[in-house]
Design a protein around this ligand. Structure first.
Ligand code: DHB
Length: 392
C-alpha cells in the first residue's frame, strides 16, 4: 500500500490525527495491535479540557460530547475535612467536560468508519522502516497471518506509553520521575456522591471522587505501588475511601457493587525531541504524566492538533521545514502539563518519607491555593487547559 501518513497506534491520538488529516484532504493508514473492542473496554480518564471539546466538536469528530458529556464548571479541593470550591467559570471563564476516554475513542473510531478511513486493528509484528529517507514505511502482520508493507511520506508513532516507535528517535533524551505511590481505581454501581469532581487530601492520603453515568461512578484512592487489586475487598475499599473523605460536613459516599478494580502506575516521562527524520511521536509515546489532573488524553489531543497543522503544510504545501516546528511547539505545552501534573500530585498525596515539616508545608500550600483568587487561578487555568498560542 502507498499512503501519505502511516500511523502506528489506533488509540485517541492516532485516530484523532487520522480524522484531522482526512478533514485536511490527507490520506492515512492506521495500524493497531489491539482490537476495537479491547480498547473500548479499557477504562481511562474522564475529563476533557475546554479546547479538547472544541477540537472534537469543530472538527466533526463528536457532537455526542455536548449531548452525553457533562459540563463541569469547577472542582472541589478537600483537605482537613473541608471542601473548597475552585470555580473555573468565575476564575478563568472556562469549563471542563466529563466525557470518558472510552467514549472519545468510540466517536473517533465511528468517524473513521463513516468517512471511509483505513484503520487496521489486531495487527502484530509492527516495524517502522527507513525513517530518515523520504519513503519511510510500516511493516506488519494481519490477524490472518498475511504480511503487509505500507509506504508513506511520514510515519507517526502514536503507540502509547510502551511505544516501540520511540526507540527509532536515535538522538533522543529521556526524562523520568518516579513516585512512591499509585492509584487504586474503581468503577462502581452507585448514584453520584457529588455533582462534580472532589480531589481530597487527608492524613491517609489522596482520594478522588469522579463520575461516569447516573448509575456508574469512578473513584480513586492513593495506594502502595506494589499493592494487588485482589487484596482489597469491597468493604476495605469503601472504608478507605470514606476515611479519606470524612469531615465535619458529614460527607458520605454513596456505595454499591464494585464492577472493576485497577492499580494505576504513576510516572512522569518525556522523550525529546519528538521527531526523527520523517518519524514523529504523539501522545503517550512521547510523554506520560501521573493521572492527577487528567492531562494525558488532553495532551495527546493537543499534540495531534499541532501535528495535523504541521503535516498539512509539509505534505499538501510541500513545505518540509514545517516539520521542524513540531517538537518545540508540542513540548512547550508538554512541560507545562508535566509541571501541573507533578504539582497536583505532590500537593495532594502523602509520601511515607514526608517529615512533619513537609506535612505542614503541604497544608500551607493548599491554604494558599484556596485562600485567594490569585492562588486558585493558576489551578483553574491549567486544569481547563492553556489556549494554543496563536501563530505569529
Ligand atoms: C478522572 C481521572 C483523573 O485522573 C482525574 O484527574 C480526574 C478524573 C476520571 O477518570 O474521571
Amino acid at each position: 500500500t502507498r499512503t501519505q501518513v502511516g500511523i502506528v497506534g489506533g488509540g485517541p491520538a492516532g485516530l484523532m490525527l487520522a480524522h484531522l488529516l482526512h478533514v485536511a484532504g490527507i490520506e492515512s493508514v492506521v495500524v493497531e495491535t489491539r482490537s476495537r473492542r479491547e480498547i473500548e473496554q479499557t477504562h481511562r480518564a474522564g475529563i476533557l479540557e475546554r479546547d479538547s471539546v472544541r477540537l472534537l466538536v469543530e472538527s466533526g469528530a463528536s457532537d455526542r460530547v455536548l449531548r452525553d458529556g457533562h459540563e463541569h464548571t469547577g472542582i472541589d479541593l478537600r483537605f482537613g475535612g473541608v471542601s473548597h470550591r475552585i470555580d473555573f467559570q468565575t476564575l478563568v471563564g472556562a469549563s471542563t467536560w466529563l466525557y470518558p476516554q472510552t467514549e472519545v475513542f468510540v466517536d473517533l473510531a465511528d468517524a473513521r468508519s463513516r468517512d471511509g478511513g483505513d484503520v487496521r486493528f489486531e495487527v502484530s509484528g509492527v516495524s517502522v522502516l527507513d525513517v530518515t529517507t523520504d519513503r519511510p514505511g510500516i511493516r506488519y502482520t494481519d490477524a490472518e497471518g498475511g504480511e503487509h508493507e505500507v509506504r508513506c511520506d511520514v510515519v507517526v508513532g502514536a503507540d502509547g506509553s510502551r511505544s516501540t516507535t520511540r526507540a527509532l528517535v536515535a538522538d533522543r533524551r529521556q526524562y523520568f520521575r518516579e513516585y512512591p505511590f499509585a492509584w487504586f481505581g474503581i468503577l462502581c454501581e452507585a448514584p453520584p456522591s457529588a455533582s462534580e469532581l472532589v480531589y481530597a487530601r487527608s492524613e491517609h492520603g489522596f482520594a478522588l471522587v469522579s463520575q461516569r453515568t447516573e448509575s456508574v461512578q469512578r473513584m480513586y484512592f492513593q495506594c502502595d505501588p506494589t499493592t494487588s487489586a485482589d487484596d482489597w475487598s469491597e468493604d476495605r475499599i469503601w472504608a478507605q475511601l470514606q476515611a479519606d473523605l470524612d469531615g465535619e460536613d458529614g460527607f458520605e459516599l454513596r456505595t454499591g457493587r464494585i464492577l472493576e478494580k485497577t492499580v494505576l502506575p504513576f510516572r512522569s516521562f518525556v522523550c525529546e525531541p519528538m521527531r526523527h527524520g520523517n518519524l514523529l511521536l504523539a501522545g503517550d509515546a512521547a510523554h506520560t504524566v501521573p493521572p492527577t489532573g487528567a492531562k494525558g488524553l488532553n495532551l495527546a489531543l493537543a499534540d495531534v492538533r499541532v501535528l495535523a497543522e504541521v503535516l498539512e503544510r509539509a505534505i499538501s504545501r510541500q513545505d518540509r521545514t514545517a516539520l521542524e516546528e513540531y517538537t518545540p511547539r508540542a513540548l512547550s505545552r508538554v512541560w507545562r502539563a508535566q509541571h501541573f501534573s507533578y504539582w497536583m500530585t505532590t500537593m495532594l498525596h502523602r509520601s511515607a518519607e514526608a517529615s512533619d515539616f513537609d506535612e505542614r508545608r503541604q497544608l500551607g500550600e493548599l491554604e494558599s491555593v484556596v485562600g485567594s483568587e490569585s492562588g486558585s487561578r493558576y489551578l483553574a487555568e491549567a486544569y481547563t487547559g492553556w489556549p494554543e498560542p496563536t501563530q505569529s
